[in-house]
Design a protein around this ligand. Structure first.
Ligand SMILES: Nc1ncnc2c1ncn2[C@@H]1O[C@H](COP(=O)(O)OP(=O)(O)OP(=O)(O)O)[C@@H](O)[C@H]1O
Length: 322
């Protein structure tokens, strides 16, 4: 388990990680999201003992990285895929890592196989493509067969096949009960890979919740209702504390109520429903809302995500408004 306790990092006068407190659970992929410069890499570096916190703690199973007796057996990380001697072959690179950390040398061939680099194991890492370099970095993280794995933008620069491979790898490592902490800017990828999300902005915690909850909480998540008695139903939904957009004709868009709750109100009111259908925000939409005030380097008129771009208050695409 990784535990961050009021973790803080200052560079000069600037606070780049600000009293971050999070526990990362085993058996899950936790996505680590935040705009450029939010402090994700700095947080990960502090977990690995590569940066020292200005205050607070980053603990691995209750200990600082430097206190671990066999660190590579407890935690593996891909922080910078380019941190490999270009003149060394993939096999030599991993062998050197295994030797200096007292790991069995058979692990070298095992991890080369896992990441699909067996055939190029004797090629110099300096000649590797971006994707091969990422795979080699992941191999290094897996070498000690650790329970905790941390990946900083592992799909950066990978082709679709590589992205899919990383997704499968994360899911299977989590299914083995390991703790997986992964940062990415690819929201669609996170939506299919992560169970839990930790979102930070300007170093501060914005959200720590299951991905489904983050999407549910978005104001763009809504329920579409079609009924021959929209006015009557709208009145009762408002009484129940929901927010309602009356689209005219027979359509209502309802925010802040589940399908069950809306169905219940309709039943009590004796109103017939012709449609009751969920409209989920995408993770990208939910993320853009969450981090809107934390984007440090955004252009002032940067367009919002997908649905929000349509200019409709509920963020639904035209094609969704049948
Ligand atoms: N060694 C350093 N000296 C001074 N400032 C630093 C140093 N390392 C990072 N920073 C600053 O800390 C802030 C957080 O950077 P960090 O790389 O952790 O963000 P990030 O969330 O990983 O961003 P990205 O998504 O762009 O990779 C940035 O403003 C960065 O300029």
């Amino acid at each position: 388990m990784i535990s961050l306790r009021d973790l803080t990092k200052r560079y000069g006068g600037k606070v780049v990680v600000d009293r971050l407190s999070v526990d990362l659970a085993p058996g899950k992929v936790t996505g680590f999201l935040g705009p450029n410069g939010a402090g994700k890499s700095t947080t990960m570096r502090m977990v690995m003992g590569l940066d020292h916190p200005s205050a607070g703690q980053a603990l691995i199973d209750g200990k600082h990285y430097a206190e671990l007796r066999h660190p590579m057996r407890r935690i593996g990380a891909l922080l910078d895929a380019k941190a490999v001697h270009p003149g060394r072959t993939a096999r030599n690179h991993l062998t050197a890592m295994a030797r200096s950390n007292g790991l069995p040398l058979r692990r070298v061939d095992e991890v080369l196989e896992t990441v699909g680099l067996t055939e190029v194991a004797n090629r110099r890492a300096g000649k590797f493509s971006l994707g091969m370099g990422q795979r080699l970095g992941i191999a290094g993280a897996l070498l000690g067969d650790p329970e905790i794995l941390m990946f900083d933008e592992p799909v950066n620069g990978l082709d679709p096949d590589g992205v899919r491979w990383v997704r499968g790898l994360m899911r299977s490592l989590a299914a083995e009960g390991r703790t997986i902490f992964v940062s990415s800017h690819l929201m669609s990828e996170m939506q299919t890979t992560a169970d839990q999300l930790v979102v930070i902005g300007k170093g501060k915690l914005i959200a720590d919740a299951p991905i489904s909850e983050v999407i549910e909480r978005s104001s763009l998540t809504a329920v579409r209702v079609r009924t021959p008695s929209p006015e009557e139903l709208e009145k009762q939904l408002l009484v129940a504390g929901m927010r309602v957009e009356n689209r005219g004709s027979d359509e209502l868009i309802v925010h802040g109520g589940t399908l069950d709750a809306i169905g219940g109100v309709a039943h009590q009111t004796g109103v017939r429903l012709n449609e009751l259908s969920p409209r989920s925000a995408s993770l990208e939409q939910a993320y853009m809302e969450l981090t809107a005030s934390s984007v440090e380097f955004g252009a002032p008129s940067a367009p919002a995500a997908d649905g929000a771009q349509s200019g409709h208050a509920d963020g639904l695409d035209e094609k969704e408004r049948v």
